[in-house]
Design a protein around this ligand. Structure first.
Ligand code: MLT
Length: 267
């Protein structure tokens, strides 16, 4: 896999840049990194140029100032495209926090997007109670540590099913969470708690949009996702069976099938 380190403002961003064809961004969720797309990168790179960064502060990417709002991540992504000399419109595929960043990216740079893939994500901002919980979590991570967070959080992200394979995935998710610095976890929580409510933007989105939800996702329900899809004129919603919040990792075959259908359609 082709990996690059790009100097973007005050950050050194680690980016996988694989394949040729129409550009496709894969943007990870919180508090994960680009490794969550391990079953997608090579598959999608058969027909697309896959650009898959670790966001600033996550994975192998470093930054001077922590990103305390999602717009800064959207700006980093735009700078990545410039640094890679990508001039065409891109497909923006983001999962959960990556999807929240996707709405912000659309708001700032609508001319840069050809299609949107919104995975296990929502347009609404946090309720006051959820935002308060995030601010508390942002402080407590410095005492709790990332190992305990990983053990508490990984089972919530995945649909528990008795297969052996899911244990390996859980371990990999735990490792991603555990290796994220408390500073970046705190910054991510604060950035998400401050995010804009994108619900009113949805009727203005006119590019083809695919929502992908997990049947048993407790964090972003399929009901909420299909209601969001109904607000975009050219959107469709698909449910991935036997999956929780991390559909690309949990059910890669079904996920990839749905995404490739959408990527290759003329919608
Ligand atoms: C994620 O997967 O990015 C998070 O669950 C998003 C969130 O906490 O709202």
């Amino acid at each position: 896999m082709i990996k690059k380190t790009l100097s973007v403002r005050d950050a050194l961003l680690h980016v996988v840049d694989e394949g040729q064809g129409p550009p496709l961004l894969l943007i990870h969720g919180f508090p994960l990194n680009q490794r969550m797309w391990e079953f997608q990168i090579l598959e999608f790179a058969k027909t697309h140029r896959v650009i898959c960064p670790d966001l600033a502060g996550f994975g192998l990417s470093q930054c001077g100032e922590p990103r305390l709002d999602l717009r800064s991540h959207a700006e980093d992504i735009s700078d990545i495209l410039d640094a890679l000399n990508v001039r065409e419109r891109v497909v923006f595929c983001g999962l959960s926090m990556g999807g929240y960043i996707g709405w912000e990216f659309w708001k700032q740079y609508p001319e840069k997007i050809s299609k949107i893939i919104a995975c296990n994500t929502r347009a609404a901002s946090d309720s006051l109670e959820v935002a308060r919980g995030r601010r508390i979590a942002a402080k407590s991570i410095f005492n709790t540590g990332t190992q305990i967070l990983a053990q508490q959080m990984a089972p919530r992200l995945l649909y528990s099913n008795p297969q052996e394979r899911i244990k390996t995935i859980q371990l990999s998710v735990e490792q991603m969470i555990e290796s994220t610095s408390p500073d970046s976890i705190a910054a991510g929580q604060l950035a998400m708690s401050n995010r804009s409510d994108a619900t009113a933007w949805l009727p203005m989105i006119d590019c083809p949009t695919l929502f992908v939800g997990g049947q048993y996702d407790e964090i972003t329900t399929t009901q909420e996702m299909s209601s969001n899809a109904a607000l975009i004129c050219n959107a469709q919603f698909v449910e991935i069976k036997t999956a929780g919040h991390l559909t690309p990792l949990e059910q890669p075959d079904s996920f990839n099938y749905q995404v490739l259908e959408f990527l290759n359609s003329n919608r």
